[in-house]
Write a protein that binds this ligand. Structure first.
Ligand code: PLP
Ligand code: COI
Length: 327
């Protein structure tokens, strides 16, 4: 059966571990995605909440493959540190993700459907607190559900618009995966969609002249043999983008450049794409900025990058990067 869209499509079991008295417990599986929490938990009142997103894929021969879980574990630790959450140990993260994938193996979509099992680890401050301070008690959870495409089905282009709003501040939380960033993106995304766009493109919050990212993806530009992607303190270090940079460099012999990208440089790009775990690579067909429209004509190189990345993730080709782990 084909799984439509990026939605919750049910789950068999989730995993929960608790932090109390200065230590994480070993955690356990549970059949429910609901749990009881204090109304005054720091996560609910003050947003002490971080999360991750990674996927498991069904190979042609039926194996279940996880893509770069250690990279997500490390990024979660960085997010935890910034929000005064005790970092989830690498071993606990990997154990939890593998257990959840095993318990939900029958939900991993077929190879042919090109769907995947989306895995959502998260950590929240659960202690009841009135004044603004960090919790001393936390919950680490991992939930998984089968998903289809984030934007459009297949390799179809999206249309973006810039926005006067920011999702992150110059020295704020843009570089970590905190729930607050996504709360900040809801209204600008709603406005963009009201105007007929698929999503909005955030500019750097300090000068509003350079490309940052969308609310759920990094941005990559292709110019000749160059793979160009923004360097910015307010964007999330995307694992998909990092993987694409390695593929572009090692497998396609492209020049990979990380630097600031002025918005008007889009007019000199051959291709522009949005990339992330949920979105994979989605070509961008146009970017509207006030009265100006930047149009992209091609998506040839992005297509090649997309196919190479997916053939690694689905186990069609062997890779030397050590990214794919069988569960
Ligand atoms: N940028 C933002 C704001 C995101 O939410 C995501 C999704 O996780 C990404 C970029 C892409 O990151 P990754 O490739 O690690 O999923
Ligand atoms: C992801 O790609 O994993 C994301 O977290 C993006 C979005 C669904 C929040």
């Amino acid at each position: 059966m084909k799984i439509e869209g990026f939605k919750f499509h049910g789950t068999n079991k989730a995993f929960y571990a608790h932090y109390k008295n200065g230590a994480w417990d070993e955690g356990k599986l549970d059949t429910s995605i609901n749990f009881e929490i204090s109304s005054l938990a720091v996560a609910i009142q003050y947003g002490q909440s971080v999360f991750e997103g990674l996927k498991a894929y069904r190979a042609k021969d039926g194996r279940t493959l996880l893509f770069r879980p250690e990279a997500n574990a490390k990024r979660l630790q960085g997010s935890c540190e910034r929000l005064m959450i005790p970092p989830v140990p690498m071993e606990l993260f990997i154990k939890a993700v593998k257990l959840v994938v095993k318990e939900n193996k029958d939900l991993v979509p077929s190879y042919e459907s090109k769907g995947s099992l989306y895995i959502r680890p998260f950590v929240i401050g659960t202690e009841t607190v009135m004044g603004v301070r960090s919790a001393n008690e936390f919950l680490f959870g991992v939930v998984a559900t089968p998903v289809g495409s984030y934007f459009k089905d297949g390799f179809n282009s999206i249309r973006l618009t810039t926005t006067p709003y920011d999702r992150a501040a110059p020295n704020g939380l843009g570089h970590i995966k905190s729930g607050a960033n996504y709360a900040a993106s809801l209204y600008p995304k709603y406005l963009a969609q009201q105007q007929g766009f698929d999503d909005c493109l955030y500019l750097d919050p300090k000068t509003h002249t350079k490309i940052d990212e969308t609310g759920a993806t990094n941005i990559i530009g292709i110019k000749g043999n160059q793979f160009i992607t923004p360097q910015s303190r307010s964007i999330l270090p995307s694992i998909t983008n990092n993987s694409l940079q390695m593929i572009a460099d090692k497998l396609l012999g492209m020049e990979v450049i990380r630097r600031e990208i002025p918005l008007n440089e889009i007019s000199s790009f051959d291709e522009l794409g949005a990339c992330g775990t949920a979105a994979v690579i989605t070509p961008i067909e146009s970017v509207q900025d006030e009265n100006k429209v930047y149009k992209l004509k091609s998506n040839k190189v992005l297509h090649k990058l997309h196919d190479l990345l997916q053939s690694i993730q689905f186990g069609d080709i062997n890779e030397d990067f050590g990214w794919v782990i069988e569960v």
